[in-house]
Design a protein around this ligand. Structure first.
Ligand code: F6R
Length: 614
C-alpha cells in the first residue's frame, strides 16, 4: 500500500525521508511527494511527481527544498488516477496543513460535500485531501492541537494512518493511526515516523508501535501519545534489532531472485525456530495443551499467496492430524456466514501481518471468542498484536512484491504445526515429529537443487521460448492444484502473462476447449500413485488434442516424462511436501520469463506489497 515517512530533528529531512521512502517503495509506486518546513521563514514547501520515487528525486534535484522537519509519501492509487494532482501530500485551502496518508477514508464523499458547502475547495480526486480540509476546519476554534485532532478523528471513518506537517507548528509532526500500521522511530534529538520501521532501521534506536486509534505529537526531543478520545497515553518502546544492510540486494539483479535463493536457508531457520519453541508453542499460540487436544477442526484464512499456502496446508491438517479444515479467503470472509467454535482455531496466514482483509477477519473472529492465531513473518505486525497468539516464520524480510520465501516458510510452519498438533493428540510419536522436521529439510534441499539443475536450460532456452506466449493453462490435482494456482498467480503478477489454474479432472468439463498450439499447459505432478495415474490421463487428453505440455514431474514418472514436451524432473520427497519441493524451480522459471520480457519484477505494475486497504 502507500507508504508514509516523516523526520524531525537536527539534520535536514529530505535525504532521510527519501531514503525511507525508497526502502518502503515496495508498498506503492504510482506517485511520490515530499513536504518540509523551510528553516528560514517556517513556510511549508512541497514537491510531488507522478511515477516512481526516482522521478521525485530528480524533481527535488532541480528544486532542492529542505528543512529539519519533513514528510513524504509513495502512493498506491485507490481513489483517483495515478497523477501528480493526486500525489500526496495534500493540503488545506491555504496550503498550511500538509497530509500524507495510507488507507481509506470511507465517508470522504459525505465529508467533501459538507466541506465544499462550507467553502473549501478541493484539488484532487483523492479521499486523502479530505483529511487536510477537515483538519483546517477542526483547528478553527480548537484550544490546542490534541483538541483539534480529537475532533478530526471523530469525523473520519475507515482504516487509515496519516502524518501531517503544519506551517503553524514547525516543530511538530503529527501521526495518526486507526487500523493501518504506523510507528515512531525514537532517536537522540531526532524522531522518525513511518508505515514500517524498515524506513528508519539503523537510524533510530527504539521504536514505538502506535496503538490502534491513537495520535501522536512528535517533536525532535519527545513524543506525546493520545488515544482518540484525547486521553494522554503512557507508552513503552522496543529496541530495533534490524539494520537495513540485511535487506540490500547483495549482488542479485532483483530482490525476487535473491529471495528465491534464500529459501533453503529460510526453511532451515524456520524449522530450527519451530523446533526451539516446540515445548512452549501452545503458549505462543495463546492456547492450552488441553485446547489443542480438544480441537475438532481447523480454520485457515489468507489472501493471495498466503491463501494458496493455506489451501495446501488443508491437506496437511486433514492428513496428518485428521482435523477437518476449512479455508477462507480474507477478502470474502466478511460477507459469508461463519460458525465460530471453541473447539477450533482460526489461523490467519499473512506474510506481512498487515493485510487488511485478513486482519478484519481476525478481529471479527476474536470478537466471537474463538482462538485466533497469526501465522506471520513479521513479529511486530498488527496481526501479531491483535490475535490471541502467533506462530512466526523465519523468512527474513521479503521485499519483492511477489511472495516467494514467505510462501515456502508458511508451508514449512503449517506442515510442522500439523505434526505438532498430531503429537499433542498422541497420534504421532516425538520421533515422528522430529522426522517431519528432517523431511522439511530434505524438501528444502530439493527445492534449491532443482533450481541449480535447470537454471541454465531455463535462462538459455526455455525463458526466451515461453516469453512469447500470451496465455498459459496450469493443471494440478489434490495438493498440486493449489500449487498450480500459486504458480499461475506468480506468472500473472510478474510476467503479465494470463494464466489460469484448473484441477486437472475438470479439464473435460470445459477448459479442454482452450487447448491448441498457442496455450502451453503446465502440469504439476503428484507423488501419490493414484493421483499421478489420474493426472496422466489428463495429460493424455491434452496431448490427444495437439496440446503442448510442460511437466513438473517426480523422479521415475516415466509416462508423464515421455508425454511432455518439456520436463522438469524433481527428486521425490514426502508426498505432501511435493509442492514445497517444486516451489523454487517454478518461481525461477517465471522470474526468468518476466526478465526476458523486461518486466518490473520487484515492483510489478498496479501492485503493492502489504495490502492495508480492503
Ligand atoms: C503474491 C502476493 C500476494 C500476497 C497477499 C497477502 O505474490 O504476495 O498475493 O500473498 O497480498 O499478503 P500477506 O501474506 O502479507 O497477507
Amino acid at each position: 500500500m502507500c507508504s508514509v515517512v516523516g523526520y524531525i530533528g537536527m539534520k535536514e529531512s529530505r535525504a532521510i525521508v527519501l531514503e525511507g521512502l525508497s526502502r518502503l517503495e515496495y508498498r506503492g509506486y504510482d506517485s511520490a511527494g515530499f513536504a518540509c518546513i523551510d528553516p528560514d521563514d517556517n513556510r511549508l514547501m512541497y514537491a510531488k511527481s507522478e511515477g516512481k520515487l526516482s522521478q521525485l528525486v530528480s524533481r527535488l534535484q532541480d528544486d532542492p527544498i529542505d528543512g529539519f522537519a519533513g514528510i513524504g509519501h509513495t502512493r498506491w492509487s485507490t481513489h483517483g488516477a495515478s497523477s501528480e494532482q493526486n500525489a500526496h501530500p495534500h493540503f488545506d485551502c491555504h496550503k498550511q496543513i500538509s497530509v500524507v496518508h495510507n488507507g481509506i477514508i470511507e465517508n470522504h464523499h459525505e465529508l467533501k460535500r459538507q466541506l465544499e458547502a462550507a467553502g473549501h475547495s478541493f484539488h484532487s480526486q483523492t479521499d486523502s485531501e479530505t483529511i487536510a480540509h477537515l483538519f483546517e476546519a477542526a483547528l478553527t476554534g480548537a484550544r490546542a492541537l490534541p483538541d483539534a485532532l480529537k475532533q478530526l478523528v471523530g469525523r473520519l471513518q475507515g482504516a487509515y494512518a496519516f502524518v501531517s506537517l503544519l506551517q503553524d507548528y514547525p516543530d511538530t509532526i503529527i501521526a495518526v493511526r486507526k487500523r493501518s500500521p504506523l510507528c515512531i522511530g525514537i532517536g537522540e534529538g531526532q524522531m522518525f515516523v513511518a508505515s514500517d520501521m524498515l524506513a528508519f532501521a539503523g537510524k533510530a534506536q527504539n521504536v514505538l508501535f502506535m496503538p490502534d486509534e491513537s495520535f501522536a505529537l512528535v517533536k525532535k526531543d519527545g513524543v506525546e501519545l493520545y488515544s482518540f478520545d484525547g486521553t494522554s497515553l503512557p507508552f513503552t518502546v522496543q529496541e530495533i534489532d534490524v539494520t537495513w544492510d540485511l535487506y540490500e540486494k547483495q549482488g542479485h539483479e532483483h530482490y525476487m531472485l535473491k529471495e528465491i535463493y534464500e529459501q533453503k536457508t529460510a526453511i532451515h531457520d524456520t524449522v530450527d525456530f519451530l523446533h526451539s519453541v516446540k515445548d512452549r508453542v501452545w503458549d505462543d499460540l495463546g492456547m492450552t495443551a488441553q485446547q489443542i487436544r480438544d480441537l475438532d477442526s481447523i480454520n485457515l484464512i489468507g489472501c493471495g499467496t498466503s491463501w494458496h499456502a493455506g489451501y495446501i496446508a488443508k491437506f496437511f491438517f486433514e492428513t496428518i492430524c485428521m482435523l477437518p479444515t476449512q479455508l477462507h479467503l480474507g477478502s470474502e470472509f466478511r460477507y459469508l456466514p461463519f460458525f465460530p467454535s471453541q473447539k477450533s482455531m482460526f489461523v490467519a496466514i499473512s506474510q506481512s501481518g498487515e493485510t487488511a482483509d485478513t486482519l478484519e477477519a481476525v478481529r471479527m473472529v476474536h470478537d466471537c471468542k474463538m482462538p485466533t492465531v497469526a501465522l506471520t513473518n513479521i513479529s511486530s505486525s498488527t496481526m501479531v498484536r491483535e490475535a490471541d497468539g502467533f506462530l512466526l516464520t523465519q523468512a527474513g524480510r521479503e521485499i519483492a512484491v511477489a511472495s516467494t520465501k514467505a510462501f515456502s516458510t508458511q508451508l514449512t510452519a503449517l506442515y510442522w504445526l500439523a505434526h505438532r498438533i498430531a503429537h499433542e493428540k498422541k497420534m504421532i510419536s516425538l520421533e515422528q515429529l522430529e522426522r517431519s522436521q528432517e523431511d522439511l529439510l530434505v524438501a528444502a534441499e530439493v527445492l534449491e537443487n532443482a533450481i541449480e539443475n535447470y537454471k541454465l536450460l531455463i535462462i538459455k532456452e526455455l525463458a526466451p521460448r515461453y516469453a512469447r506466449y500470451r496465455k498459459m493453462l496450469f493443471l494440478g490435482r489434490h495438493s498440486s492444484y493449489p500449487f498450480a494456482m500459486e504458480a499461475a498467480l506468480k506468472l500473472k503478477e510478474i510476467a503479465y502473462i494470463f494464466a489460469t489454474a484448473y484441477p486437472a479432472g475438470e479439464l473435460k468439463h470445459g477448459p479442454l476447449a482452450l487447448i491448441d498450439t498457442d496455450i502451453p499447459v503446465i502440469i504439476f505432478s503428484h507423488q501419490d500413485s493414484l493421483i499421478y495415474q489420474k493426472l496422466l490421463v489428463n495429460a493424455q487428453e491434452v496431448k490427444a488434442r495437439g496440446g503442448h505440455i510442460i511437466a513438473f514431474a517426480f523422479d521415475g514418472q516415466s509416462e508423464l516424462i515421455e508425454l511432455a514436451d518439456v520436463v522438469f524432473e524433481i527428486p521425490r520427497v514426502k508426498p505432501l511436501l511435493g509442492p514445497l519441493a517444486m516451489t523454487g524451480l517454478m518461481q525461477f522459471f517465471f522470474y526468468a520469463i518476466a526478465k526476458e520480457l523486461g518486466r518490473a519484477i520487484d515492483k510489478p505494475r498496479n501492485l503493492a506489497k502489504s495490502v492495508t486497504v480492503e
